[in-house]
Design a protein around this ligand. Structure first.
Ligand code: SAM
Length: 321
């Protein structure tokens, strides 16, 4: 499945719910509630993914949200997707709060790996940014994910000016100590939260220069299908960490974009920052109709712009980062 720019679409990001236990200042507006009516059911999700894998060459699915763990039927969804032939990579992005208790169950159901958001290692900073006094739980969750084999575990950190640039060195040392990669993400202006973007945006070059205090040498790593530019960083204290920079704003990677997105309400988004082109609901309810689904899909792919718009249409908690 290719778009008008010749980009092959291989990767589905599936937002399972807009609900989340956290209220990260850059992701979930104060007015956003956890009420999420009409979400795609496990059966509908399985049929859509099986069709995308079997008929359209999708090879990778990431469960996101909101937080996927806010869904009571998450284990069923994982198990249904894990049995789809031809799906090479089933991953999940999570706030990490439920991993200490459930990482083993997710792995047993068939989840391959997790990315965990971690914006600070200082408990007060963490609580200020996420709205939850939960740093300790997330750190235990990261250990549980490693123990359960949900690897490679990757950490995601959005850097905000005057909020957590100071955390860059500690997060890098933490990644080195745990042997996990950390990816520092440039803030994106998403939906109504985009108004504060200019005051809070930190370009990746600036993050890197802050890190030069503790990094002696940066060795570029091969660019995989990942959107992060990865480096092996040799630390001045002798350690080593794999550090990535995700630069949607300073240096976008749209030309290599291989993704489409479906939100929990069935909206099809050709791009993280664009408006949805259509809903898949009529094509999946009351029963999955492959022809109708393909029409919606073709229209969506045709609507995939060469580059993302300068401002996101919805907040990340709705579309799923
Ligand atoms: N709840 C899960 C989590 O915490 O990772 C998954 C959903 S969250 C929307 C996915 C990722 O999007 C997180 O790493 C989050 O930090 C990132 N994110 C949210 N809003 C963002 C923004 N405005 N700019 C850049 N990244 C953002």
């Amino acid at each position: 499945m290719e778009d008008a720019q010749g980009r092959a679409i291989r990767y589905l990001r599936l937002s399972l719910t807009p609900a989340c236990h956290m209220r990260c200042v850059y992701c979930r507006p104060a007015f956003h509630t956890n009420h999420a009516p009409g979400m795609l059911t496990p059966d509908e999700i399985e049929r859509v993914v099986a069709h995308l894998v079997g008929q359209h060459g999708v090879r990778k699915v990431r469960l996101t949200g909101g937080d996927p763990t806010a869904r009571g039927d998450l284990l069923e969804i994982i198990a249904r997707l894990a049995r789809i032939d031809g799906l090479d990579d089933l991953a999940m992005t999570t706030n990490g709060l439920s991993l200490a208790a459930h990482a083993r169950e997710y792995a047993a159901a068939g989840l391959g790996r997790v990315n965990v958001s971690l914006d600070a290692l200082d408990p007060a900073r963490f609580a200020a940014m996420t709205g939850v006094d939960g740093l300790d739980r997330v750190l235990r969750g990261i250990d549980a994910a490693l123990d359960a084999g949900l690897t490679p575990v990757k950490l995601n950190t959005v850097i905000l000016r005057e909020q957590n640039e100071s955390q860059l060195p500690a997060l890098t040392r933490f990644a080195a100590a745990k042997g996990v990669a950390v990816r520092f993400i440039e803030l994106m202006p998403m939906g109504p939260l985009g108004d504060e973007w200019a005051d809070r945006y930190v370009p990746a070059d600036e993050m890197r220069s802050i890190l030069n205090d503790i990094v002696q040498r940066w060795t570029p790593l091969p660019q995989g299908s990942d959107s992060a530019k990865m480096f092996r960083a040799r630390l001045r204290d002798g350690g080593e960490a794999d550090i990535g920079f995700i630069t949607p704003m300073s240096c976008n990677f749209c030309s290599a974009c291989n993704r489409i997105r479906i939100a929990s309400d069935g909206s099809l988004y050709p791009c993280l920052m664009d408006r949805p082109t259509a809903s898949i609901l009529d094509a999946v309810r009351p029963r999955f109709d492959p022809g109708a689904f393909d029409n919606v899909l073709i229209e969506g792919i045709a609507g995939k712009a060469p580059e993302h718009p300068s401002r996101g249409f919805v907040t990340m908690t709705i579309i799923g980062g």
